[in-house]
Design a protein around this ligand. Structure first.
Ligand SMILES: NC(=O)c1ccc[n+]([C@@H]2O[C@H](COP(=O)([O-])OP(=O)(O)OC[C@H]3O[C@@H](n4cnc5c(N)ncnc54)[C@H](O)[C@@H]3O)[C@@H](O)[C@H]2O)c1
Length: 315
């Protein structure tokens, strides 16, 4: 299969692309290599992908419809795996227009081209953030998600709506995967597992927003990748599916795990809670189990050990 993967130089996109290439698929990767975090990390990810002969890379912005169209016309992908986005809740509060532009308009560009070039299916990387401060736990796909509490979350919800729209109008086969707090090797340096490790390793104080009792359903990258690959292979008319771990961890517990692995005590600098940060993320994964055979296997302790091993080799 020939798959067009957006965001291929990023954390999740590079792992998904690598797994597809490893099993023999062709990957047309698109990424604009923006400087949201150190571009060298994205270039290092690309270097891994460029070892595969069936990988073609386009440094392109998903907001650029004209250039995307040329790529679709030339490459004629069988399927699209749309992973590129501006991530992060806090930066989206500072620059909501940018998030709107990339995450909504960029997604619409891809949906429209996927329709014109008759791709067989479209997999979209959505987020647990759409659940906002959902009172019911664990979060299930049937819960109402009309109350996002950050611009980032609102863009993901809007993009899901557009996905549904393209399914309804053009019978496009679409799966929206709601990822829950993904971590692991090549992880995003703006997320807690990376930041906490980095700070403790370098003997710098941890910036902890609030008292550390908020909980996150940290999900190991290899488990996420398995779920994405099955979603790529299966063709449903339209589905929204949670990919999480179903075991939320307190931020203070994550700090304790980091301390244990590094054998070093953390110094904590407590800052006020950020509006936009949800209380808890907690995935009901029964739908993923049923439709995708999804079964996360990595505990937070094992996953963080693997992450720290990678971190030490790559700082
Ligand atoms: N990491 C998580 O915990 C998590 C959780 C929920 C959802 N997601 C979603 O998964 C996807 C991947 O997240 P990630 O953690 O790998 O982030 P990431 O920032 O590492 O990867 C995103 C990639 O998209 C690229 N990109 C951004 N804007 C672009 C544009 N305009 N044109 C082309 N490329 C662009 C970036 O350069 C980057 O390489 C995102 O859609 C994110 O919203 C991630």
């Amino acid at each position: 299969m020939k798959l067009l993967v957006t965001g291929c130089a990023g954390f999740i996109g590079s792992h998904v692309s690598e797994a597809l290439l490893k099993r023999g698929d062709s990957v047309i990767g698109i990424d604009n290599l923006n400087d949201y975090y150190d571009v060298k990390k994205k270039q290092a990810n690309l270097k891994i992908l460029k070892k595969y002969k069936d990988f073609i890379f386009y440094k392109e912005d998903i907001r650029n419809y004209g250039e995307l169209k040329k790529i679709f016309a030339k490459e004629k992908p069988d399927k699209v795996v749309h992973i590129a986005a501006r991530g992060g809740v806090r930066p989206s509060i500072k620059d909501p227009l940018l998030y709107q532009d990339v995450n909504i308009r960029g997604t619409l560009n891809l949906l429209d081209l996927a329709k014109d070039y008759k791709v067989k299916s479209f997999v979209f990387a959505s987020s647990s953030s759409v659940y906002g401060n959902n009172k019911k736990i664990p979060f299930s796909e049937t819960d109402n998600v009309d109350n996002p509490i950050s611009p980032y979350a609102a863009t993901k919800k809007a993009a899901e709506l557009l996905c549904h729209n393209y399914h309804y109008l053009y019978k496009m086969k679409v799966i929206c995967l709601r990822f829950f707090n993904v971590y692991g090797p090549r992880g995003r340096p703006d997320m807690a597992p990376y930041r906490f490790t980095d700070w403790v390793y370098k003997s710098q104080p941890i910036k902890r927003y609030g008292d550390g009792t908020i909980r996150r359903d940290y999900t190991y990258i290899a488990d996420i990748v398995k779920g994405v690959l099955v979603a790529v292979d299966k063709e449903f008319d339209f589905e929204i599916i949670n990919l999480g771990n179903n075991k939320p961890v307190e931020i203070n517990e994550l700090i304790r795990i980091v301390e244990k692995i590094l054998g070093k005590k953390a110094v904590i600098n407590e800052l006020p809670r950020v509006p936009g940060d949800v209380e808890i993320t907690y995935a009901d994964i029964s739908k993923a189990q049923k439709l995708l055979g999804y079964k996360p296997e990595t505990t937070i302790e094992e996953g963080m050990k693997k992450f720290v091993e990678w971190y030490k080799k790559n700082i």
